[in-house]
Write a protein that binds this ligand. Structure first.
Ligand code: PGA
Length: 248
């Protein structure tokens, strides 16, 4: 299982920025000694086609930040998963906390989006994570357990699905849980998924929330951490590749 280093560009940059960043990442990826890392870029929808051209013939993979629950039809403003595969996407992020909070997406909707992604041959990266107040009131594991049960399709398995644990309070804040906490939570997530889906193999679980080159080594070395979902630090090729360099 390769370590997945995924860049979530969110709603940043213009077309020139996207193409330059993709070019820089692809170039630096060639020099990357580690063959253990799979690099993934998730630009805004409108830049996907251009970034796809830049990444053609490279080992860097393309993904999107969201998709529709539906395959086609009267859904103004939505993007169907097969539109994403058509552009060369292999992955799609679903249930990011910025969608769960800002767009009131429920775990049930996230599950439908993941199923919709499967239909188009896309691998969903299903995000889960507790808020600051849930953490403070000691509810982290209950929240994660509920999100796992409600957001994961029952036919999710390691080859078609990736999970991303992103504590909401750690996103873009510069704060991260301690290494012991990340380790404990990832073990808990792995175990809960195993029980929920009756799996015999390990699910790929990414950590996300203020990952940077300086803290990536310790985080990526943990047993049940199989990669990172990176926001801010993915907007510069140097820091994104700097994180990928920590993969051993
Ligand atoms: P961050 O974002 O790396 O800027 O904290 C992570 C994410 O939201 O995926």
């Amino acid at each position: 299982m390769k370590t997945l280093i995924a860049g979530n560009w969110k709603m940043n940059g213009d077309n020139a920025f996207a193409m330059n960043l993709a070019k820089d990442v692809a170039k630096q990826a060639q020099e990357l000694a580690s063959s253990h890392a799979e690099l993934l870029l998730c630009p805004p929808f409108v830049h996907l086609a251009f970034v796809a051209q830049v990444l053609e013939g490279t080992d860097v993979v393309l993904g999107a930040q969201d998709c529709s629950e539906a395959q086609k039809g009267a859904f103004t403003g939505d993007i169907a998963p097969n539109m994403l595969t058509d552009l060369g996407c292999a992955y799609v992020i679903v249930g990011h906390s910025e969608r769960r909070t800002g767009h009131k997406e429920t775990s049930e909707q996230v599950l439908k989006k993941a199923e919709s992604a499967y239909q188009a041959g896309l691998k969903p990266i299903i995000c889960i994570g507790e808020t600051q107040s849930e953490k403070e009131s000691g509810k982290t594991k209950d929240v994660l357990s509920e999100q796992i049960k409600d957001s994961l399709p029952r036919n999710a398995f390691p080859r078609n699905t990736v999970i991303a644990y992103e504590p909401v309070w750690a996103i873009g804040s510069g704060k991260t849980p301690s290494i012991e906490e990340i380790s404990d939570i990832h073990d808990f997530i792995q175990e809960t998924i195993r029980e929920t889906l009756a799996l015999h193999t390990e699910m790929r679980i990414l950590y996300g929330g203020s990952v940077k080159p300086e803290n990536a080594k310790e985080i990526l070395a943990l047993k049940n951490v199989h990669g990172a979902l990176i926001g801010g630090a993915s907007l510069k090729a140097d820091s994104f590749i700097g994180i990928a360099k920590q993969v051993r």
